[in-house]
Design a protein around this ligand. Structure first.
Ligand code: BYC
Length: 474
């Protein structure tokens, strides 16, 4: 069970280590200042119907109730320890899982933890303004739930930094509160986390695409031979599922609404659809292209010696590592990666050890494909002849073998000029963003009401009705 008596809720017996407890209690007000500064705008007094972790057991972790967000009980929750656990891959395979950081991997491990930790506050910063244009009280509650949990994920990484990395760890924990998404001088570490999330379509796409990178990266870290990292990631994954649900159902509801309006009014062309105040499917496709491509970059280079090193040293595994039937060393295996040679995309086989980023990206793409086909079903059911497609893996990439090349969504290698001529057919143009934002100029807060451009959800949260008072505005 979780200790809620201490200032910092935890299930790691924090009270036993006074020095650590004091260090974290020192970081806590800095975190609250950060939340005040960059958390959801104008939300301080709202009472939000939120879930809070009460136990890390799979069946009973969430308790729902009204909470003012600055009073949310952010804390440190790790999955219970399995005494028998071993390092399951790399050269240390078969050794007992590490309970302390192995000296030779200290800086690598710190870097992975910092990179993971950096994304969490970044996403809160990116979503700061969205409450002011929420399509319903139900959606407002969901974004706040996502935000407080990203805050908790930051706590999860900060705990590891403080507990296992001494002074360097404490300094890194401070820097996590100092960087800012999109800041010219002190930006967040990874590309996608410096992109704006300017509207709710972007938010749902982000939680569908980018939070799912979170899932796959956390799954890979949950395999880590460094046991405290594995255990904290396992618990984070239980929270991540709701974020992806918010994204997937949010986009589904937008598509549903658009299709309903198209059918009722017998219109198909984008300008006619827009004239009816909903988001045309072409614009949804462009948002999809954008979020998919910037998220693919988050997996790093296709061929990466960093990734090989993380694996060999037992720090970061593959997706579902222990379910894979091979030597877990990858000494002789190869893996296909693409590259652009002489204006053509060609496949080549490289040592699998160096292609682990690409492999994780491919695992991710498979899951994305099924999500997109669920969206497609809504369109098909409405009898509308429109196909949502995933662009080619090389489209609009800034990291890896495709960076610096100009690939169309269909996978043709183009000149820069040809690509630029078409880019606004593929990615949202300033006009597309303005149109979407014009629909979201104010917030909808009447209980049970939804903005014109989105369908209501099928059900509410925690068995409550859709028109439940999920946020009390006070
Ligand atoms: N943007 O060898 P390479 C989440 C850098 S999301 C900018 O390819 P590596 C969440 C790289 O740092 C999950 N820079 O990279 C979602 C390196 O820099 P240096 C977050 C990039 O190390 C929604 C250089 O390029 N977790 O949780 O194999 C809401 C060469 O890189 C990018 C993690 O990412 C980029 N996109 O792989 C909230 C897990 N990509 O050394 C939360 C931890 C690469 O030359 N991170 N670079 O200065 C990792 O495992 C690895 O750092 C990466 C990169 C997979 C990200």
């Amino acid at each position: 069970m979780i200790n809620y008596v201490d200032k910092i809720p935890n299930n790691v017996d924090l009270g036993r280590d006074r020095v650590l407890q004091r260090a974290l209690e020192h970081w806590q007000p800095a975190f609250l200042n950060w939340w005040e500064d960059t958390g959801p705008t104008e939300s301080r007094a709202y009472e939000v119907y939120l879930r809070t972790a009460i136990s890390v057991e799979p069946d009973g972790w969430a308790q729902f109730g009204y909470v003012r967000m600055p009073e949310y009980r952010w804390g440190i929750f790790l999955q219970p320890r399995d005494e028998q656990r071993q390092v399951n891959f790399g050269v240390h395979k078969g050794e007992p899982a590490w309970q302390e950081v192995p000296g030779e991997h200290r800086s690598t491990l710190r870097r992975i933890i910092v990179t993971q930790g950096d994304t969490e506050p970044a996403s809160v910063e990116q979503q700061k303004m969205l409450g002011l244009s929420c399509p319903s009280v139900y959606d407002l509650r969901n974004i706040f739930q996502v935000n407080v949990e990203e805050g908790r994920h930051l706590w999860a990484m900060v705990y590891l930094l403080h507990r296992y990395f001494g002074r360097d760890g404490r300094e890194e924990a401070e820097s996590l509160l100092a960087r800012r998404s999109g800041d010219a001088d002190n930006p967040r570490i990874l590309g996608a986390f410096n992109e704006p999330t300017p509207d709710w379509l972007a938010f749902y796409m982000f939680t569908f695409f980018t939070d799912r990178d979170g899932k796959f990266q956390l799954c890979a870290l949950a395999e880590s031979g460094f046991d405290p990292l594995a255990r904290t990631c396992r618990f984070m994954l239980t929270e991540e599922a709701h974020h992806m649900f918010v994204g997937e159902t949010g986009v589904t509801r937008i598509i549903q609404r658009t299709c309903d309006v198209m059918k009722e009014n017998h219109v198909e062309d984008a300008p006619d659809v827009r004239a009816l105040g909903v988001i045309d499917l072409q614009t949804i496709q462009k948002y999809l292209n954008f979020h998919y491509s910037v998220t693919l970059d988050l997996y790093g280079s296709d061929v990466s010696s960093n990734a090989a090193n993380y694996f060999t040293s037992g720090l970061k595994g593959r997706f579902e590592e222990t379910k894979i039937n091979d030597d877990h060393l990858l000494s002789d295996a190869t893996y296909p990666v693409s590259e652009v040679v002489g204006g053509k995309i060609v496949m080549k086989h490289v040592p699998a050890l160096t292609a682990l980023n690409e492999r994780l990206r491919d695992d991710y793409i498979r899951e994305i494909e099924s999500g997109v086909s669920r969206w497609q079903r809504v369109i098909d059911k409405a009898g509308i002849p429109f196909r949502l497609t995933l662009p080619h893996k090389g489209f609009h990439r800034a990291i890896g073998n495709f960076a610096g090349h100009f690939i169309s969504p269909a996978g043709e290698v183009l000149t820069e000029e040809a690509w630029k001529r078409n880019q606004h057919d593929w990615l949202p143009s300033p006009q597309d963003y303005s149109y979407v934002q014009s629909l979201m100029s104010g917030r909808v807060v009447e209980l049970g009401k939804f903005a014109h451009w989105i369908a209501p959800p099928q059900r509410g949260i925690n068995n409550n009705p859709v028109n439940f008072e999920y946020v009390r505005f006070n």
